[in-house]
Design a protein around this ligand. Sequence first.
Ligand SMILES: [Zn+2]
Ligand SMILES: [Zn+2]
Length: 305
Amino acid sequence: MGYSKTDLTESRILLYYGFAPLEDPQAVMFWQRTLCEMLGLKGRILVSKHGINGTVGGTLASCKEYVRRTKAFPAFKGMEFKWSEGGAEDFPRLSVKVRDEIVAFGAPEELEVNEKGVIGGGVHLKPEQLHELMEERGDEVVFFDGRNAMEAEIGRFKDAIVPDVKTTHDFIKEIESGKYDELKNKPVVTYCTGGIRCEILSSLMKKRGFNEVYQLDGGIVRYGEKFGDEGYWEGSLYVFDRRMHLEFTDKAKQLGKCTHCGEGTNDFRNCENQECRKQTLICDKCWDEAEHRYCENCAPVKANA
Ligand SMILES: [Zn+2]
Ligand SMILES: [Zn+2]
């Protein structure tokens, strides 16, 4: 197939999603699993009747072959892949599953897709188009974080609204709460890591009366590639693999603060209460002390025990 030596020694991580009606998600799942096993890729792929969402890592040659074969499937022809540093070793295993939703908003019946993607979503803005919007209407524009609140603790867009969500399941309740009704006639820009959560969130918001909704195309990842730390993004990007977070440049602000002492840190650690395991920002110094290896809810319980 003509791969160079570097293709076999270097490795990468691929992030991608595609919304398209899939008649037989089960068959797609089996095909994808076999393909990944054959290529030695590890990671996580979800398939539903609305499309596919995956993060996989492996050698550069395997990643290239994976992209080529996946795009050969008509429904995934136009799918975009984001490449980043890393490899199979960043994932504990390969998991390929069929689910009701490729992102769990708890609204599988509400989501409508066609060959072009999600129906009724927000207007896609490329990073440079976001800057145009900010130049024209900067004072009015509101950034709306489409991730779990925890992710925004270490990085977010300037002055962003961070909804009170532990998982994407909480979004519907949150946008129906009335808390954000004043945004219904403002330009609202939703953003998330790679764009997939906003595809759904922006459509749910529009259906609930938010009149001018945009979504950041390609998410924070693509924005960071374009503008690094010279634009509206501030801090570190939370990622769902062993890296835990990444910075676009060495000028990244540190927004994260240790839950216990308030020192700057971007290190999430699992609460040592095995029933909790909540990812909590805890600095190195506090983590060295057994009584601080807990989240803010479990720490006092531990102290009183
Ligand atoms: Zn600390
Ligand atoms: Zn805890």
